[in-house]
Design a protein around this ligand. Structure first.
Ligand code: PMP
Length: 304
């Protein structure tokens, strides 16, 4: 279930949800010229906190730089804007979606003559892959290959990338699966349509390196640090399709999805169907984001 906010931040002003609109000739709508972020706010014993806000904003500015968009706000202004949106809407836990896009200016592929607009919306959003996702999701290896850096930069969290992800997601859903796993053009595993992927084999964690064409997920980074703190070793190495089938455990990570075990890939059960390491990491992740673990104070931005 999702509960929408009442106000949206648009170019420096809070506007009513119903009025948070753009013109139909918005450049980004036609040409995919937008970059965005997905951020979560969690309740903690010290109040509601945005998890890893600075890291999300850094990635947003990097994405914008790749696409030659000058964000007309400083990072600290956007930090304040995110806090304002959460506080104004009265959410104790929510999902926040900042987007930087080429707005209404001139038509034609060249984005440089269209303004750079920024908006930030928030809503209450349950676990992205469903409330039962902790029992494990069913995945298929997509027939669609993940975009390559030779055509679209996979490290930029650009709206354009999600045309590729949406094709894979629709294919998975219409074939009765929960999520797609995409290979790159070399045939190595990259990620889900909106999540990074990890493999567990003989107690060792692996995840595809950035050079495989994955988004540098902030949850991926958090999980790597948590796993290392738990004494597990983590390697960033290429994973082949068959290594998915022979894993002891597989799991997905993302801000929206959090940490979700994969039960099946292409009709093959993963491991024994139990996910002891995944569930331990998931539990620690949920404790961490709810401010129940010591350390990593710098990952929390309190709303009030
Ligand atoms: N890969 C893709 C394609 C995504 O859309 C996301 C979600 N932003 C992720 C990975 C996970 O990134 P993060 O952990 O930063 O949310």
């Amino acid at each position: 279930m999702s509960v929408r906010g009442s106000k949206v931040w648009m170019d420096g002003k809070l506007v009513d949800w119903e009025d948070a609109k753009v013109h139909v000739l918005t450049h980004a709508l036609h040409y995919g010229t937008a970059v965005f972020e997905g951020i979560r706010v969690y309740k903690t014993p010290r109040g509601s906190a945005v998890f890893r806000l600075k890291d999300h904003l850094k990635r947003l500015y990097d994405s914008a730089k790749i696409y030659m968009m000058n964000i007309p706000y400083s990072m600290s202004e956007l930090e304040e804007a995110v806090k304002l949106v959460v506080a104004t809407n009265g959410f104790s836990e929510c999902y926040v979606r900042p987007i930087v896009f080429r707005g209404y200016g001139s038509m034609g592929v060249n984005p440089l003559n269209s303004p750079v607009n920024v908006s930030i919306a928030a809503w209450e959003w349950g676990p992205y892959l469903g409330r039962n996702a902790e029992r494990g999701v069913r995945c298929m290896v997509s027939t669609w290959r993940r975009i390559s850096s030779q055509s679209l930069p996979p490290q930029a969290k650009s709206s354009a990338n999600y045309a590729n992800a949406a094709l894979a997601k629709m294919e998975a859903l219409t074939n009765g699966f929960d999520e797609a796993i995409m290979l790159n053009t070399e045939g190595y595993v990259t990620e889900g349509s909106g999540e990074n992927i990890f493999r567990v084999k003989s107690g060792v964690l692996t995840t595809p390196p950035a050079s495989a064409g994955v988004l540098r997920g902030i949850t991926r980074d958090t999980v790597i640090k948590l796993a290392q703190e738990m004494g597990l070793s983590v390697e960033r190495v290429n994973i082949s399709r068959e290594e998915l089938y022979t894993a002891d455990e597989l799991f997905l990570t993302g801000t929206a999805a959090e940490v979700v075990p994969i039960r099946e890939v292409d009709g093959r059960q993963i491991g024994t169907g139990e996910y002891p390491i995944t569930l331990k990491i998931r539990e620690r992740y949920l404790k961490l984001v709810h401010g129940e673990l010591d350390g990593h104070e710098d990952w929390f931005t309190f709303v009030n």
